[in-house]
Design a protein around this ligand. Structure first.
Ligand SMILES: NC(=O)c1ccc[n+]([C@@H]2O[C@H](COP(=O)([O-])OP(=O)(O)OC[C@H]3O[C@@H](n4cnc5c(N)ncnc54)[C@H](OP(=O)(O)O)[C@@H]3O)[C@@H](O)[C@H]2O)c1
Length: 303
């Protein structure tokens, strides 16, 4: 069973993909029960006639029991300037959700989607004590899709012509597009541009640009999250950047941020070490320092 906590725009979109592709049974849990029931009634009509799976909505966390995967898309408030602006209330929320998941479903694989992503991934893992490779923050793969999109637009080529577009670090203002590994139709991206800043700024500000036209993003993250769920449920392998608590990898400890990971049916099987150039290494260090500072601020101010 796939349980999704938070039946808002993102949670409902993920549920729709899981149900319409007949992945598994889906349970929606939402603070306001009627929304979980309403979304499940709507999405139930997308169950293929050949599917043996169902969808239900509730506000009762005890129904989490037996979930294989729990996706967290709950959000207390909407941010407007920065993903960290509601971080104190989001951390309080995630700790409460963590306690309930630990009580009802201690063996599930957890996919964090709510923001601020890296901070919530860190506090969820610390609160539950779950193995760090079973607590996965899904966001850097979305940022990587955005990086690939801008490169393909700049060179007027299909996205399939762009390989290895990867974004690491914070899912936030300090995220780090990794230019040095990208190829466009077989040519190194760095040989085709003389300044990384315009694309970096475009990728970092994608969500703001999108909000000029639509209230908030939902479908891109839904597909990126669905890919991870599909990998776990169907015992596939996926190599993507995702947030995980680090224990020495990339020289970092006691912080969660986006790094390249291999995912299989058990969660993360391995953190991959990739080559970065000097600019990228320095920016990644800066990004991890920024996340660490937020984590320390929250620890001090929530005592
Ligand atoms: N990782 C990424 O790349 C990425 C991309 C896009 C969005 N996001 C994040 O995803 C989250 C969801 O976004 P959204 O647009 O779906 O927001 P949304 O439409 O406001 O939905 C949030 C839902 O969470 C519910 N909720 C709040 N506290 C809860 C709790 N303790 N238990 C259960 N449900 C709870 C709310 O319930 P009520 O009905 O009671 O209000 C609401 O239905 C946000 O944090 C957003 O920033 C992440």
């Amino acid at each position: 069973m796939i349980s999704i906590i938070g039946s808002g725009r993102v949670g409902a979109s993920i549920a729709f993909l899981c149900v319409s592709n007949a992945l598994d049974d889906v349970l929606l849990i939402n603070r306001t029960k009627s929304k979980a029931i309403g979304e499940s009634l709507d999405i139930a009509n997308a169950i293929p006639s050949t599917s043996k799976f169902s969808i239900h909505g509730t506000d009762d966390y005890s129904q989490l029991t037996g979930s294989d995967i729990i996706v967290i898309t709950a959000s207390d408030k909407v941010y407007s300037k920065n993903r960290t602006e509601n971080m104190m209330s989001q951390v309080i929320m995630i700790k409460e959700i963590a306690k309930k998941i630990k009580q009802y479903c201690p063996s599930a694989i957890i996919l964090l989607v709510s923001n601020p992503l890296d901070i919530l991934t860190y506090f969820f893992q610390k609160e539950t004590g779950f193995p760090r490779f079973k607590v996965i923050g899904v966001a850097s793969s979305l940022d990587s899709s955005r990086f690939r999109y801008f490169i393909s637009e700049k060179f007027s080529v299909p996205q399939a012509s762009v390989t290895n577009a990867l974004v690491l670090g914070e899912h936030g203002d300090s995220m780090v597009p990794i230019f040095s590994g990208v190829y466009v139709n077989g040519n190194s991206l760095l040989s085709l541009i003389d300044n990384r800043d315009p694309i970096t700024n475009d990728v970092r500000n994608y969500w703001k640009t999108l909000r000029n036209y639509k209230s908030r993003s939902q479908l891109g993250i839904a597909k990126n999250t669905y890919d991870v769920i599909n990998t776990i449920i169907n015992a596939k392998e996926l190599l993507i950047p995702a947030s995980v608590v680090l224990e020495g990898e990339y020289g970092e400890n006691n912080v969660a941020m986006g790094v390249p990971v291999k995912i299989n049916q058990n969660g993360i099987s391995e953190i991959q070490k990739i080559e970065l150039d000097g600019v990228e290494s320095a920016l990644l260090k800066e990004s991890s320092n920024i996340i660490s500072n937020y984590i320390n601020y929250i620890k001090i101010n929530s005592k």
